[in-house]
Design a protein around this ligand. Structure first.
Ligand code: IPE
Ligand code: IPE
Ligand code: MG
Length: 255
């Protein structure tokens, strides 16, 4: 196979009506709370129930992987009290939800530089990942202290080390090998990217992986993003034609 053919081999052969992997930037919690005259914290707390409803909808629709952006590598720049609140919220949500994950056959994986988190939270993450590792109905990935550039950089570092130890030749590094060194490893790229909260930007989310992802932006604030809003995004996805460089006629032929 030539290098070009190998690259093309990475492209999904058929697009399905249900995305296999959905990635979401859950934005707008602060504005939701402020609009009600409440502290920003209230918005973060309210957002947790939307995580639950989105997960349930993924289970019932057969989505296989859901990646949620919970805390970016840039969010450390927020006021300390908000950062601490988010850490506590993550810890208590993990504690509270582990049973539900077991019952629903959900595997939890946290992607990001978790070493920067308080020890208690790191332990809770490890324990929850371990407890749910055998579950395979839905992979729930929480991106925490995650940045797309960080992910690409850590992949480059990993590959450079493998080259130095002689386990890899520089010429072995192709897109597949590189992708495997990112946090997503063998997981397929997101089919559908959703950003709530009205901002039209990627904010350093999965930069490598969203190369051909379908993008969906909605002004709805995350705490209002309940099942009907998620269904709208899924319906919109089902109407998209994914061409991966081809022309419509070629896609229609294979339909
Ligand atoms: C997203 O909501 C949640 C996190 C970044 C943790 P925001 O807190 O960014 O809410 P807005 O954008 O200020 O409304
Ligand atoms: C992106 O939201 C990060 C998360 C949702 C975790 P932000 O609200 O931090 O994004 P920017 O900084 O406004 O782009
Ligand atoms: Mg925001």
């Amino acid at each position: 196979m030539t290098e070009q053919e190998e690259d093309i081999d990475m492209i999904p052969k058929e697009s399905s009506l249900v995305p296999e992997h959905v990635a979401i930037i859950m934005d707008g919690n602060g504005r939701w709370a402020e609009a009600r005259g409440e502290a920003r914290h209230a918005g973060h707390r309210a957002g947790v129930s939307c995580v639950r409803s989105t997960v349930e909808e993924c289970l019932s629709r057969g989505v296989k992987a859901l990646t949620l952006f919970a805390f970016s590598s840039e969010n450390w720049r927020r006021p300390e009290s908000e950062v601490n609140f988010l850490m506590d919220l993550f810890l208590s949500a993990l504690q509270r939800e582990v049973k539900r994950m077991q019952t629903n056959d959900i595997r939890l994986r946290v992607i990001g530089d978790v070493a920067a988190f308080p020890d208690k939270l790191q332990k809770r993450i490890r324990d929850t990942e371990h407890a749910t590792q055998g579950n395979d109905r839905l992979l729930l990935q929480v991106a925490a202290n995650y940045g797309g550039r960080w992910d690409i950089t850590q992949a480059a570092r990993r590959l450079a080390s493998a080259v130095r130890t002689g386990d890899l030749m520089p010429t072995d590094i192709d897109e597949k090998v590189f992708a495997r060194a990112t946090m997503l490893n063998d997981l397929p790229d997101p089919d559908l990217f959703i950003r709530t909260g009205g901002e039209m930007r990627i904010s350093n989310f999965m930069l490598w992986h969203c190369a051909y992802t379908e993008l969906y932006f909605t002004p709805v604030l995350w705490p209002d993003f309940l099942a009907p809003e998620f269904v709208k995004a899924l319906d919109e996805y089902a109407k998209r034609q994914r061409r991966f460089g081809q022309i419509s006629a070629q896609i229609e032929q294979t339909d």
